[in-house]
Design a protein around this ligand. Sequence first.
Ligand SMILES: Nc1ncnc2c1ncn2[C@@H]1O[C@H](COP(=O)(O)OP(=O)(O)OP(=O)(O)O)[C@@H](O)[C@H]1O
Ligand SMILES: [Mg+2]
Length: 351
Amino acid sequence: MSENDLISKILNALVEPVIVVSSNRYLIAINAAAQEIFNGGAVGADLSLTLRHPSVLRAFADVMAGMDKVSVPLTLKMPLPTTFRMTATRLKNAKSAFGENNDPAVVMSFNDISDGLEAEQMRSDFVTNVSHELRSPITALSGFIETLKGAAKDDPQAQARFLDIMEAEAARMNRLIQDLMSLSKVETMERVRPTHKVELEGLIQGIVNTLEPQAMANTKTIRIANQTKNPTVLGDADQLIQVFQNLIENAIKYSRPGTEITILIAPHSGQSGIAEIVTSVADKGEGIAAVHLPRLTERFYRVDSGRSRQMGGTGLGLAIVKHILNRHRGRLAVTSEIGVGSNFSVFLPSA
Ligand SMILES: Nc1ncnc2c1ncn2[C@@H]1O[C@H](COP(=O)(O)OP(=O)(O)OP(=O)(O)O)[C@@H](O)[C@H]1O
Ligand SMILES: [Mg+2]
């Protein structure tokens, strides 16, 4: 095997995109991973034809001017924007079989750092969201405390009213903290699949019993239709209660007065024939526009945030649902039609 063949075999075995450039800026070698991200890239062509990025060309010039190593961030469009840390390293005394005037001079490697950046962005968005959610109740509480100490000091009627509002604001903060804690608890358990057998019809009947007064107060009725025999799944009962409680509460909150909420439990055949149980919660409500559907399970995502907050919602309910279902190797599917209603279906592998 020639020295050249050996080098190209080694380069192609690397998962990281790598190119080798000569001192006169010609591409000497490009490995398979680099060919994929640069749409080919011809050996023998000028580097600027493969990578028309000022930062890359500047890094090349800098190492040729004497720097040993230069690293720059580089975002490529690709199908999806991807950010790399490109490192250009100067090769010293690397005369070889590449031919005269064509000695390898600079090795450029491209390390994909998009995942790390995305995680960082999500963390920072999350902190921003939590702070934002906590700010309004805290602002309200401070405002009322101020008023109770001053203007309303001798006004028992105003005091009683303000204390009621303060109680509601404190309860909102409490709910937010409860939801954040259950989200983080669910996330840490996500890889551990539950092993207990849980019978779904009884579990759902129990939730309906507790939510019935809330539904009735809103002139809504709840009906359960079961088309299975003892629908049993491997699950964590408390977490499954959280799932269906949130879906049924949402249906109560977001449906029209005087309508029925239907819960249907049915057998289903999942991917590669796996026996599943699908439980769908259908309401006759305002429905959700298609643009919102893919984002509903994001933390703090609400179609109408003002209204959701007014109803005491934290916007974390469906995010918790998604993580619990991941842990149960299940999934959520949502269909909805504006003005008609929504259907939230939970698919769980049958035990
Ligand atoms: N059945 C439904 N009909 C219409 N919109 C819905 C329905 N269920 C959920 N949504 C929309 O999805 C959003 C997110 O729901 P999610 O349950 O995550 O939060 P929430 O109900 O606002 O608050 P909470 O955290 O208290 O559950 C809601 O704010 C609402 O806009
Ligand atoms: Mg909810």
